[in-house]
Design a protein around this ligand. Structure first.
Ligand code: UD1
Length: 419
């Protein structure tokens, strides 16, 4: 078992480059299934979730070649339409295979992901949309099976603006007959990146980034060449790393227009931000000011940054409230932050954080990706040594986080746990 060990207290300085966005790369890789031929996706981060998609595409019969951060996916020989439980349970986003497989092959069999650490996370809205487009849906042995001669465009209102649900339905609609209208669609920047790729493939997608997306399906789609957008959550995490250590960090590739809510809250916390042509520079405050947040779908404050921002607020000069409105159970980092001396109380979906003057290093572990990132951030600012275990969660979403932070002057290393 590996751990990340951090000796806190160093102010971070220098530049760090943002990798490609995991949450954009995953749907983009599944979109290759919509066409027959070789697609090329650049700027794919080297992460465990991308390895999982590679395995899944291989199981379907695609040939995947990787070189550095480029994926070449040849889908000419795709013959299987089944995504097995063993892989789906390690990555919920495997459900993104449903839309493209159903649209291109008229059939898909994808294991239901089951529960996960941050809540029930159903996929009912994905299924409701596919059904509206003419798919017949059955459940067999824990697998969702879809069947459709050819999907037909439909008008679909999403009760919640689900991100992967919107992506699944956009991909399905790209090969459906006629027009699909997605209402109350998710507006995340990753949706816009997917729309660009679908348009390159020959679909006509309009309105991505707004809550109404109109898609004209095509009879056939062509393979694409595309580069994955920069990871706004990784960028936000490095901005907090600069802020929490009172350092000065240039986050190259950070896009201000993707991070507005985050940047507003960082400013409220006393950080000084410079928006440059190729990134954002943060100057951390000596001690952060309290800033309350409420998570909500984009363009609101991202739930994927809630845990990291909470780490910063643990050291604020005053108290604030952090309200989680997207997922029902996303406070698992709280107990671990408390072990480092944080003063946090939870009532329902809201955590009240009373800032303390200092955190103290401790052995901690996390049960999800962003929670793990918050513990690393807390460790950077804490006195003494913090050892974060179960870092396979971190490796699902951050490319070489310890190397990037070490490059900024953090005392951090990956070590093999004893015993
Ligand atoms: C995506 C992101 C994840 C992020 C989340 C919210 C990817 C691969 N993952 O996850 O990092 O935390 O968006 O920004 O892009 N819901 C339903 N029924 C459904 C689908 C969703 O009730 O059919 C609910 C969920 O339980 C949750 C809310 O809708 O409460 C939002 O979830 P959703 O946007 O679907 O999250 P993901 O797409 O799984």
């Amino acid at each position: 078992m590996e751990m990340i060990e951090i000796r806190g207290g160093n102010r971070l300085h220098g530049e760090v480059a943002v990798s490609g966005a995991k949450n954009a790369a995953l749907p983009l890789l599944f979109a290759t299934l919509l066409a027959s031929g070789q697609s090329r996706l650049d700027n794919v981060p080297r992460l465990r979730d991308c390895d999982t998609v590679e395995k899944l595409l291989g199981i379907f019969g695609a040939r995947v070649e990787r070189s550095g951060n480029t994926f070449l996916v040849d889908t000419r020989d795709v013959a299987s339409i089944e995504a097995p439980y063993d892989l789906v349970r390690t990555m919920r986003a495997s459900v993104l295979a449903l839309g493209p497989l159903t649209a291109r092959f008229g059939r898909a069999r994808v294991s239901l992901p089951g529960g996960c650490a941050i809540g029930a996370r159903p996929i009912d809205l994905h299924l409701k949309g596919l059904e509206a487009m003419g798919a017949e849906i059955t459940l067999d042995q824990g697998y969702v099976e879809t069947r459709a001669e050819r999907l037909v465009g439909a008008r679909v209102y999403l009760d919640l603006p689900t991100v992967t649900g919107t992506e699944n339905l956009m991909m399905a609609a790209a090969l459906a007959r006629g027009e699909t209208l997605l209402e109350n669609a998710a507006r995340e920047p990753e949706i816009v990146d997917l729309a660009e790729a679908l348009n390159k493939m020959g679909a006509l997608v309009e309105g991505a980034g707004s809550d109404t997306i109109r898609i004209q399906g095509a009879d056939d789609l062509a393979p694409y060449e595309h580069a994955t957008m920069a990871d706004r959550i990784e960028a936000g995490t490095f901005l907090v790393a600069g802020a929490i250590t009172g350092g000065e960090v240039l986050v190259r590739g950070a896009m201000p227009q993707h991070l507005e809510a985050m940047l507003a809250k960082l400013r409220d916390s006393g950080a000084r931000l410079e928006e440059l042509e190729d990134g954002i520079r943060v100057h951390g405050p000596d001690r952060p000011l309290p800033a309350s947040i409420v998570t909500s779908p984009h363009p609101g404050f991202p739930t994927d940054m809630q845990a990291q921002f909470m780490a910063l607020m643990c050291l604020a000069d005053g108290s604030c409230q952090i309200s989680e409105q997207v997922f029902e159970n996303r406070f698992m980092h709280v107990c671990e932050l408390q072990r480092m001396g944080a003063d946090i109380q939870i009532a329902g979906h809201t955590a009240t954080v009373r800032g303390v003057e200092r955190l103290k290093g401790a052995p901690v572990m996390a049960t999800d990706l962003r929670a793990s990132a918050s513990l690393v951030l807390a460790g950077l600012a804490a006195e003494g040594t913090t050892a974060v275990s179960r870092i396979y969660h971190l490796d699902r979403g951050y490319e070489h986080i310890e190397e990037k932070l070490a490059g900024l002057g953090a005392d951090i290393r990956r070590v093999r746990a004893r015993g």
